[in-house]
Design a protein around this ligand. Structure first.
Ligand SMILES: [Fe+2]
Length: 167
């Protein structure tokens, strides 16, 4: 099923701390992309830095620095049907100003589920995964695939297999 995919560069290359920023040319790009996207199909926006806080304390200090500028563009053009991001190295979902979002786990190290620590990024070696996204009409489905998992695969209808796989 067709969908429009917009990828938006958010890295502030002048910042030493890997925070995000939308400069005027990126905002102009976003405005053109959203305004010109066909209205007969879902619009998916991909960007690295989230434009909002998630409670990961240090990461909140290096999110997109100017979220209101992005929102101004969205508000006068078109709301994406889904917003996909990275940067936080954790699987996080929710909604930002009515736009559902998905933040993808990283392929390298992860950021720990720690809503308390400030001053540095708490890391972890939780396993990575990737997201499998399908769009079908008015339905967007995101599956997480733990591709390093090498444990048993079994039928939940097979009682003997279930007992063999039990911890
Ligand atoms: Fe990042």
């Amino acid at each position: 099923m067709p969908a429009t995919v917009v990828t938006l560069d958010t890295l502030n290359e002048d910042a030493p701390n890997h925070e995000g920023l939308l400069c005027e040319s990126r905002l102009a790009f976003l405005e053109h992309a959203l305004a010109s996207a066909p209205v007969d199909r879902p619009l998916l926006l991909f960007q690295h830095h989230p434009p909002f806080d998630t409670g990961l304390r240090y990461m909140d200090t290096i999110r997109l620095a100017n979220p209101d500028a992005e929102w101004d563009v969205i508000a006068r053009t078109r709301k994406p049907d889904y917003l996909f991001m990275g940067h936080l190295h954790r699987p996080i979902g929710g909604a930002w100003r009515g736009i559902p979002f998905h933040i993808q786990r990283a392929l390298a190290h992860q950021v720990a589920f720690d809503l308390v620590t400030e001053g540095h990024i708490p890391g972890s070696h939780e396993p990575p995964d990737y997201a499998h996204v399908t769009v079908d009409g008015d339905r967007i489905v995101i599956h997480q695939c733990s591709f390093l998992y090498d444990g048993p695969l079994f039928s939940l209808h097979d009682k003997a297999a279930l007992e063999r796989a039990a911890f």
